[in-house]
Write a protein that binds this ligand. Structure first.
Ligand code: GLU
Length: 423
């Protein structure tokens, strides 16, 4: 079995996710039948659809995807990304990661992911709205509050979620807030959802820093990405007393060894659209950013940024993976040999889907929680998961990624075995 090149999802990223799963399944001695079921997504939809550009007579075609990896655990859950190179394999790999992530932090969901192959930065707001509504119409039979609940991911935001919610609701004939999470608060979005992934990452920083002898106060933090994740990680890091010395986004990378003024930087980004040109910082290159002498490196943007090429230049003692799949398997091995502690994506960035879960629960009950309740429950879940992973990694002498995957995979495998095979 396990011939990934014969599978429709074959792509470099899917292979990485499948190999990662295989390696851990082998270590766990996982049941062969379950192993075969889990390496492939259960449902995949590929669509092509037209959308009108702002020049009314001009119509373009886009590719859209939605993949549900495992339907065993409850509805499926996962974001939708808009990116010019997204493909079925990438979406399938990310759906698989969502399964392990939800199981690891104990959420009653299987993993899913969606994508539209467009460059969201190259579209006007009205074009983006038309793309979103038509994509929603294409996947409408697959999603729903009891079926599959999308959320933001790379290139999508609260506004995109609001359009999905509206399109779905128009088709039902009544408002259905629970069909997506990461919505604006006016539509039943949860307070603190926007900051959740970034906050969740930083909630793990003190325990992780302790493991590698780094003091939180004054710790030098480098963040790649200043969007849904990186921006709020930067704010939360500064709040706990770290020095955010460099950040990068699509506009460029900036550095100030004394620490950037994060609040002022966020305002600069709101005004100018990017970190570039921020006064009080020098501009540096992408390669220089990864090679900076620092304590904590937080990749919080796209996948595969820590690679065999740049991993040797990394000086950080701790890597907190805010993005999904930011480290290639090859680079992961090198980090391990270098003694760098890596808190893996499925644990480190689980704060986003955890507060998504809170949002879904609040929407279903029409009963909304206070910010304090949300933030403290998020912290509790993140720290409990961290400790479980740390405990297993120490008992079995494993790196944290392997331990996190083992816990997630074990829970899903256990559920599959007790449900049995139908008919
Ligand atoms: N896109 C985020 C992730 O990869 C959040 C998913 C969600 O909230 O459902 O974890």
């Amino acid at each position: 079995m396990m011939l990934t090149d014969e599978m429709e999802w074959d792509s470099p990223m899917y292979r990485e996710a499948a190999n990662q799963f295989e390696n851990v399944a082998e270590l766990m001695n996982l049941d062969d039948n379950v192993r075969e079921r889990l390496i492939m997504p259960q449902r995949s939809l590929v669509v092509t659809f037209p959308y009108r550009t702002d020049e009314y007579s001009k119509v373009r075609t886009a590719f859209g995807y939605r993949v549900q990896h495992v339907l065993t655990m409850g509805p499926t859950k996962g974001g939708i990304r808009y990116a010019p190179d997204v493909n079925l394999g990438e979406v399938a790999a990310l759906a698989m990661l969502m399964t392990w992530k939800c199981a690891l932090v104990g959420l009653p969901f299987g993993g899913a992911k969606g994508g539209v192959r467009i460059d969201p930065h190259g579209l006007s707001r009205t074009e983006l709205q038309r793309v979103t509504r038509r994509y929603t119409a294409e996947v409408i039979n697959m999603i729903g509050p009891q079926k599959d609940i999308p959320a933001p991911d790379l290139g999508t935001d609260e506004q995109v979620m609001a359009w999905i919610m509206d399109t779905y609701s128009q088709n039902q004939g009544y408002a259905v807030p629970a069909v997506v999470t990461g919505k604006p608060p006016e539509l039943g979005g949860s307070v603190a959802r926007r900051e959740a992934t970034g906050r969740g990452i930083i909630s793990l920083l003190p325990s992780a820093a302790l493991r590698c002898g780094v003091g939180v106060d004054g710790a030098r933090v480098v963040i790649q990405g200043f969007g849904n994740v990186g921006r709020y990680a930067a704010i939360a890091a500064a709040e706990v007393g770290c020095r955010v010395i460099a950040v990068e986004d699509l506009s460029g990378a900036i550095h100030n060894g004394q620490g950037l003024e994060v609040g002022r930087l966020a305002r600069h980004v709101d005004l100018t659209g990017g970190v570039r040109g921020f006064s009080g910082a020098d501009s540096i290159s992408h390669d220089e950013l990864f090679a900076l002498e620092c304590d904590v490196l937080i990749p919080a943007a796209v996948g595969s940024v820590i690679t065999g090429e740049n991993v040797h230049s990394i000086e950080a003692k701790l890597v907190l993976e805010g993005a999904n799949n930011p480290t290639t398997l090859e680079a992961d091995r090198v980090l391990k040999d270098k003694g760098v502690l890596v808190v893996p994506d499925i644990l480190c960035n689980a704060g986003g889907v955890t507060v998504s879960y809170f949002e879904w629960v609040q929407d279903l009950q029409n009963y909304f929680w206070s910010e304090n309740e949300i933030v403290s429950r998020l912290r509790e879940i993140m720290i409990r998961a961290f400790e479980e992973v740390l405990d297993l990694s120490m008992r079995k002498k494993l790196d944290m990624r392997t331990a996190a995957l083992m816990i997630g995979i074990q829970r899903v495998a256990g559920a599959k075995l007790v449900r049995g095979v139908y008919p």
